[in-house]
Design a protein around this ligand. Sequence first.
Ligand code: RIB
Ligand code: CA
Length: 329
Amino acid sequence: MNATRNVIIDCDPGIDDSLALLLALKSPALNVIGITIVCGNVPTHIGAENALKILDLADRLDIPVYLGANRPLEVSYTSAQDTHGDDGLGNSQIPEVTAVRPIQDAVSFIVDTLTEAPTTSILALGPLTNIATVLQRDLQLFEQVEQFTLMGGSYRSHGNCSPVAEYNFWCDPDAAKVVFDLMPVPIQMVGLDVTRKIVLTPSLLTYIKDINPELGSFVEKITKFYFDFHWQYERVIGCVINDPLAAAAMIDPAILAGFESYTTVATTGVARGQSIVDDHDFWHTPANSEIMTDVDVPAFWRLFLTTVFGATEPDLTQVLNQLVTPCEK
Ligand code: RIB
Ligand code: CA
């Protein structure tokens, strides 16, 4: 097994962020040294409370949660509470953690950590405001980062908050552009092209509840709202869980495949937030990113179901043989 990787997770929990946190916290391949919160799915203070709820569920309240940006760099803030619920966890009313409080502040924590431990990896699951702020302060801090993986953007798949834009890049397009302009290490972009193939279906949820009633009940509580949203707006039975795939990419790189390219992000107008992948090298600019285009769906579910819920054979293979990959529109 590869050595354990130290990682900071920057996120906006958020239903799928929460599932990604559970995967990262339970994977022996990752050592989560801190969670930084950014405004996105929900305002920062709500995201921080939700991160603490996940840490409590995983019995890891030893991991610190840091409050980050509460508004994008330039544009006004637009949450995704229509998708994730007012509380960011599907209006599940899960009790708040009181024993531990979030602390200030995310940017200082990232700066201090990369100063003391420059090879620390970064997993970004929300709008990129915190990451961009650190880059603008001192981009050299990222020069030795072992891996920078983000959930965001889209190469050939349609957007999810405009015809062309994915939410994390749309919510703070200026931060996304700063990251693609300044990040000194390759950006692994886990976008909608691959995450849309990861659908938590009612059948998978039934299996999860059967093998792990406690966590299964939690997942059911926080995803009901998400299921309803997906059926109402995308006619998907189940819900796309984007962020866990980005976490899985950091645990098992073989799950995803793609290509290197120069990529930038549109910041204004109708294309706001669009990731523009120069796959035909029009601009003759060195590649700054690896665009993920293919995913081994059964391999993701095998990793997710075994790591988070303790799935075992022979049931697991029988379940994976019944996976139905949703047809792309
Ligand atoms: O577009 C999907 C992304 O935006 C996910 O990370 C989701 O949690 C939201 O942050
Ligand atoms: Ca997210």
